[in-house]
Every structure is written in C-alpha cells, then in structure tokens.
Ligand binder design. Structure first.
Ligand SMILES: *Cc1c(COP(=O)(O)O)cnc(C)c1O
Length: 400
C-alpha cells in the first residue's frame, strides 16, 4: 500500500496531469493478467487499449526483442535496414496495399495519412483540393491536425486556432455526406468501428454511401485501423469484413506487440506522393520495433488468433445478449465485432466500472455509459464467462 500511495503522489507531483488514472498501479503483467504492487491479480479486458493483442510479455515477442536489442536497436532512416523490409513485406501481405511508411504512434500515422492525401492532390493530381471529411464521434489522435479531424469537441477545447481543411459530418447519417462535399474536398476518413466513440459500428448503408460519394467525387478513402486492426475484430483489418478497398490505411496500437509503432499504408499510385524528403521521422521503423512487430504478425497468423477473435467474439456477444435479456432496464445494448465489444448501460457506468475493478476486472468506460472490452486475443471463453458472471451479480445488486 505504501508503494501504491508513493507512486500515486509522485505521479501528480512530477507528471503532467493529462490523465485521469485508474486507482490501480501495475507492477507487472503476463498473458491476460495484470498484477498490482501488492501482487494482486486482475483479468485484463483492455490490453493496454488494444495494444497487447497477444497478451502481456508474450515469451516469443520478448525473446525477439532481446535478440534484436543485442544486434541493432536504432540507426535512423539514413540507412537501409533488413528488419524494415521484412516487416513491410509481412504487413503488406495482410491487406491490398502496396507501400508502407513507418512511424511511432497512431496520431503520427494519421498525421502522415493527412499529409499524404494533401500532397497526392497537389503533386500527383495537380489539384487544389485539401479538405478532409471526418465523422462525429470519431477519434484520430492528439496532434493539432488529428485532433481537428477528431469528431469530438471535448478534445479540442483550448487549442484554437485549429488548422483549416477539416469538416465533420454525422456518422452513419447517409443524407448528410454528399451535402458536405465542396470543390475543396479531397478525402473521407473513418473508423470501421469507432473505439473511443463507444464501439459504434459503421452501418453498411453508410459505408455504401461513403464508397459511392468517393467514386462520384474522386475522393480518397482513408480508413483508421489503429484500434480495429491486427485481428481485433475477427478479420485482420476491420474493413475486410466489408470487402472495402481503402486508398490509405493507418495502423498503430497492437502493431508492434506493445512497443510504440505506427504505419501509413497506401496504394502505389498514392504512395508515390511521398518522395524523398517529403516526410520523415527519426524513430519510425526502428529495427527494435520492427522485430517486435514481425514476431507479432507471425504469431497472430500461426496461432489462428484472427479466427479465434471472430469465434470467441460471437460467443461473447451471445453471453452479453443473455445478460441484456436478464437486465433489460440496465443494459441498453451490446455490440461489437470479434473482441472489440461494448456493453452500453442505461445509466452512467462509473459505479459498475469501479466495482468491476474492485472484483479484479480491468476494462474501460467510454462515453459515460459504455463498458468497452478489448481483451487480449488469447483470452478464453471461461475468462469472458467469469467477467459476465461478475457483471451479472453487480447489475443484480445495483439499484435502478
Ligand atoms: C488510439 C487511436 C488513435 C491515436 O493513437 P495514438 O497512438 O494514441 O496517437 C487514433 N485513432 C484511433 C482509432 C485510435 O484508437
């Protein structure tokens, strides 16, 4: 306990208070479990926000990192590096893209995608179009451009003036999309399932309209797969559920098995807009992160984790639907795909969320009422059932 309080106090003393931290300090983690400073075990249904898809400290990822650290950690993009090529090839095999730009985070990947869109229009198409249409409720990052792209006002407060060239439309509102197009419009960016936005899935109707409008107005489609990618939703990339062909796609979060890494992927015709000197980053594609990512991709495919996520996700939705049927006044909706799941309560969920934490279950509450589950893809049905049983009990005990 002394440890807990010391860390807590020192955090507020030395670290910018940008995060409302959970009342839990994590000392170590393994597989699907976190351990606090007293050695108490928690079932992790959050995976460091969809980062640790293979569970924590997967032994093969750990050993790939150790081996790479011994050989080469960093040298900069002034040099050719084997690890980048190996990872690029493996990554491009998972999707219908031709080229990749490596960076270090989701925001940096989306920032890169926005820059690529603008530069493609200017330098390749020779057109003066720059505006990006994004969705209400979306989340694309915290840099000035990506927070402007984000369709949530709360993260923009106090940061004006925001860069021009962004417009938000209502997510899943078929009628509004085409009306937002102007001669300046260059592209549309969306998440297939909004994560921060409360596990809100794109409707097929809306997706059809996005494709129609992109074709009609010659716009690029950017898909933000930062949270939904790497097998999370039961396809390697969430857009593959719909046979969609994005022009640009971004990845990060789970990409390098827990090490920081992002990527912008694009079709050849578009990628050529990033010529020498047009964009860059010191750490991007660093061999250590590449080695971790390559091993992560290997394991996801070798162990059939995408299929596991799809199957277990279906079972989890059935389990949660039964809970909803049992507590119709307390659960409003259960939804998601694969192991990206939301349980929407009819009331603010802080109390339930906190009680779950006290019972040893770590998950996230988003948009006030949505319990968001992003468990490691290696989680078992039994572990999901344990969670459901505890939630059942807590809902039973809570007053409405
Ligand atoms: C987390 C997230 C980002 C931002 O990634 P960072 O690594 O935090 O910059 C962008 N888009 C989506 C969909 C995300 O979930």
């Amino acid at each position: 306990m002394a440890d807990n309080n010391y860390i807590k106090d020192s955090t507020s003393k030395f670290i910018c208070p940008t995060y409302a931290r959970y009342p839990l300090g994590v000392d170590r983690a393994r597989g699907c479990f976190l351990y606090d400073f007293n050695g108490r075990e928690y079932l992790d249904l959050l995976s460091g926000i969809s980062v640790c898809n293979l569970g924590h400290s997967h032994p093969e990822v750990v050993s790939a990192i150790k081996k790479q650290a011994d050989k080469l950690i960093h040298v900069s993009n002034l040099f050719y590096q084997r690890e980048q090529v190996e990872l690029a090839q493996a990554l491009l095999e998972t999707c219908a893209m031709d080229k990749v730009f490596f960076c270090n985070s989701g925001a940096e990947a989306n920032e890169g995608a926005i820059k690529l869109l603008r530069r493609y229009m200017k330098n390749i198409k020779k057109q003066d179009r720059f505006e990006l249409i994004t969705m209400s409720g979306s989340f694309h990052g915290r840099t000035l451009a990506t927070l402007t792209a984000t369709g949530q006002d709360k993260i923009k407060q106090g940061f004006a003036p925001l860069p021009p060239g962004f417009k938000t439309v209502e997510f899943n509102q078929v009628d509004g999309l085409e009306k937002a197009i102007t001669p300046n419009t260059a592209g549309i960016m969306l998440e297939i399932i909004q994560g921060e936005g409360g596990i809100r899935m794109v409707s097929e109707l809306f997706l059809d309209e996005v494709i129609r409008v992109c074709n009609r107005h010659d716009l690029l489609l950017i898909v933000d797969e930062i949270q939904t990618g790497m097998g999370r939703t039961g396809q390697f990339w969430a857009h593959q559920h719909y046979g969609l062909k994005p022009d640009i796609m971004t990845s990060a979060k789970a990409l390098a098995g827990g090490l920081p890494m992002g990527a912008v992927l694009a079709r050849d015709e578009i990628a050529q807009a990033f010529d020498a000197g047009s964009h860059g980053t010191t750490f991007g594609g660093n061999p250590l992160a590449c080695a971790a990512a390559l091993k992560t991709l290997d394991i996801i495919s070798r162990d059939g984790l995408v299929r596991h996520a799809a199957e277990l996700g279906r079972e989890a939705l059935e389990i949660f639907s039964r809970l909803k049927a049992k507590h119709p006044k307390k659960i409003n909706d259960v939804r998601g795909k694969g192991l990206m799941l939301g349980i929407e309560l009819t009331f603010p969920g802080t109390g339930i969320w906190r009680a779950l934490l006290e019972k040893g279950f770590v998950l996230n509450l988003t948009q006030d009422t949505v319990l968001r589950l992003l468990p490691p893809l290696i989680i078992s049905k039994k572990q999901i059932q344990d969670f459901a049983k505890t939630l059942d009990q807590l809902l039973h005990d809570s007053q409405d």
